[in-house]
Design a protein around this ligand. Structure first.
Ligand code: AHM
Ligand code: MG
Length: 332
């Protein structure tokens, strides 16, 4: 009798190792570093799953550096990432949405090769109502011979060596890129591992959804208002529906899978945009481009912005080429 083999599974760790083998400078350091992110993600997901049972919902009554009230799970997620990544020798600095200043680790230049930027729990105002939230991360290499860590931290998005996000939804999904395509993994609780579920993810060339907080539309610049009117009227040759969760990772994940466009334009209240460049826009822009989509801040590419501060904000428009190019043309 011939034994039947179970279908082969590929865990995220195996996948990262395979990706690294394709590179001549592979030392295993990078995969060890990424394993810190997956470990923290599993800790956060376990806490979120038990959120209704334990006393982890709701606000801690403290404000973070953006002046937003910190949710308890925000604090837990931040500590999990700082702990899991801070223990890796290869990490020189950690930049979190929840910390005003970079966390600089005492590493020499040779071992401390990487700088990691993250939003530990994006969309956390949605937790109390059981809506998807996420973790977003981005990894930079510390330039060789660079002693000034502050300068090394403020690199444009084109210099990212890896980026990804975890969406804590009905399933927990991790999506990442190291600049050679985009891969998605679903957490399999039976074996406690992220398993490859979406190989070589591609954003459709166009889609049928637009995603924006329309309550702000009256204060968008004219180009955005006219563009949204064209989407609604069928003036772009198809009928669009609107979808807005208000949780960036979830809105982005849908846009990656289904196509269409997500916009957070400048508003009267936030003339420079609301979303943060380093740990929200840049990682998702890198993933979108790697999947064949586009990400702009108006008349230019998000990844080309030279950051001037770690918590800087930017207008953020991301999605399928057809929809994003159409908007970009209005700024020409
Ligand atoms: P947060 O980092 O404080 O959670 O804020 C970011 C969130 C994004 O997840 C989402 O895209 C956006 O804020 C929604 O903003 P708004 O409520 O203004 O539409
Ligand atoms: Mg955020």
């Amino acid at each position: 009798m011939v034994a039947t083999m179970a279908p082969m599974i590929v865990t995220v760790q195996q996948h990262i190792l395979e990706e690294q083998k394709k590179r001549s400078d592979a030392t295993g350091t990078f995969s060890w570093l990424l394993s810190g992110i997956t470990l923290a993600a599993k800790m956060v997901e376990a806490k979120i799953r038990s959120a209704g049972l334990l006393d982890v919902l709701g606000s801690l009554g403290q404000e973070n550096v953006q002046g937003e009230t910190q949710q308890k799970l925000d604090v837990y997620a931040n500590q999990a990432l700082l702990h899991c990544l801070g223990m890796r020798d290869s990490v020189a600095a950690l930049i979190s949405e929840e910390n005003e200043e970079p966390v600089v680790l005492d590493r020499d230049e040779k071992s401390g090769k990487y700088i990691i930027v993250f939003d530990p729990l994006d969309g956390s105002s949605n937790i109390d109502v059981n809506v998807n939230v996420g973790t977003i991360f981005s990894i930079f290499r510390r330039p060789d011979g660079n002693k000034d860590l502050n300068a090394a931290i403020l690199q444009p998005g084109t210099e990212q060596v890896a980026a990804g996000y975890v969406v804590y939804g009905p399933s927990t999904v991790l999506v990442y890129t190291v600049g050679s395509g985009v891969y998605g993994f679903t957490l399999d609780h039976t074996i406690g591992a992220f398993v490859l579920s979406n190989p070589n993810m591609r954003m459709p060339d166009h889609g049928s959804y637009y995603s924006v907080n329309e309550a702000n539309a009256d204060s968008f610049p004219a180009e955005y208002q006219q563009y949204l009117a064209r989407l609604r009227s069928g003036g772009m040759g198809r009928k669009y529906s609107s979808r807005y969760i208000g949780s960036l990772v979830a809105d982005f994940h849908r846009t990656l899978l289904k196509g269409g466009i997500f916009l957070y334009p400048p508003t009267a209240k936030q003339p420079g945009g609301k979303l943060r460049l380093l740990y929200e826009a840049n990682p998702l822009a890198f993933i979108a481009e790697q999947a064949g989509g586009m990400a702009i801040h108006g008349n230019g590419r998000v990844l080309d912005i030279q950051p001037t501060g770690i918590h800087q904000r930017t207008p953020f428009i991301v999605g399928s080429c057809a929809e994003v190019e159409e908007l970009q043309r209005s700024f020409a």
